[in-house]
Design a protein around this ligand. Structure first.
Ligand SMILES: [Zn+2]
Length: 249
């Protein structure tokens, strides 16, 4: 099993800070809105390979398609390289072609290569791979969100028609519901990540997204852990244990 954790980091390298138009306070607030805080602590399994993106999604978002024409969120200024905040305000100054190339090769391509290697290693070792795409989301919709229903479930399970077999989806949903949580399927956020080398080509590469509602484990205003953190962490680790057993079967 591979745990892909793309949005846990708040880090913006000092050399890139000048690209952002926000003052320090506004940048902090934007980071708190877009970071899937603590997902690197919540999604842990002793035998899983973990692929964690080490910088903020405000630098580049590895979960997006690299070409704007393939990426629906690029219309809102949130393709691979964000130009707008999730409130719709200008985020970044205009970048040169060289700056864009640097961001793509240094961060996006390098990360996807790590993920592709992890999948290849699993395929070589087991003949199949299971990617769990690990995220969290705000309890209230953001202005940039496509699905704006105020009633957000405890967990969202994201799927891909080709890479998420029905039995895998059923297993994840019943594991999470079995703990008493409400579950949305592809809502409020659809999809799950598969490296482009395997995307819609190799059905032995299976993938499912698990997203947890941030209100279960953190104070969304301050960005700090809440009293629910430890119990949610225990539950998620129990889910991953069951899922690893399913993936190995
Ligand atoms: Zn995320």
């Amino acid at each position: 099993m591979i745990l892909h954790i793309p949005h846990s980091s708040r880090s913006i390298p000092a050399a890139l800070r000048g690209q952002f138009l926000l003052d320090d306070k506004a940048l902090e607030e934007e980071r708190t809105r877009v970071t899937d805080a603590f997902t690197d602590e919540l999604f842990v399994h002793p035998d899983a390979r973990r692929v964690i993106f080490g910088v903020s999604r405000l630098v580049v978002d590895v979960e997006r398609f690299s070409r704007d024409r393939d990426e629906p969120m690029s219309g809102a200024g949130q393709g691979m390289i964000y130009t707008r905040t999730c409130l719709g305000e200008p985020l970044r100054r205009a970048l040169s072609e060289e700056e864009r190339r640097f961001l793509k090769s240094e961060y996006y391509v390098r990360h996807h290569e790590l993920l592709r290697r992890a999948v290849l290693d699993e395929l070589l070792a087991r003949g199949k791979a299971l990617i769990v795409d690990c995220h969290s989301y705000p309890s209230r919709p953001l202005p940039c969100d496509v699905i704006r229903d105020e009633n957000r479930p405890d967990f969202c399970i994201g799927t891909d028609a080709f890479h998420t077999p029905p039995a895998l989806l059923q297993a994840v949903v019943s594991i999470v519901r079995g703990s008493g949580y409400s579950v949305g399927i592809d809502s409020p956020y659809p999809g799950t990540l598969v490296p482009s080398a395997y995307y819609r080509k190799n059905p032995d590469v299976r993938s499912v997204m698990i997203e947890v509602n941030r209100s279960l484990y953190m104070d969304e205003e301050t960005g700090t852990k809440s009293s629910g953190f430890e119990s949610v962490k225990d539950r998620i680790q129990a889910f991953l244990k069951e899922l690893a057993a399913f993936g190995a079967a």
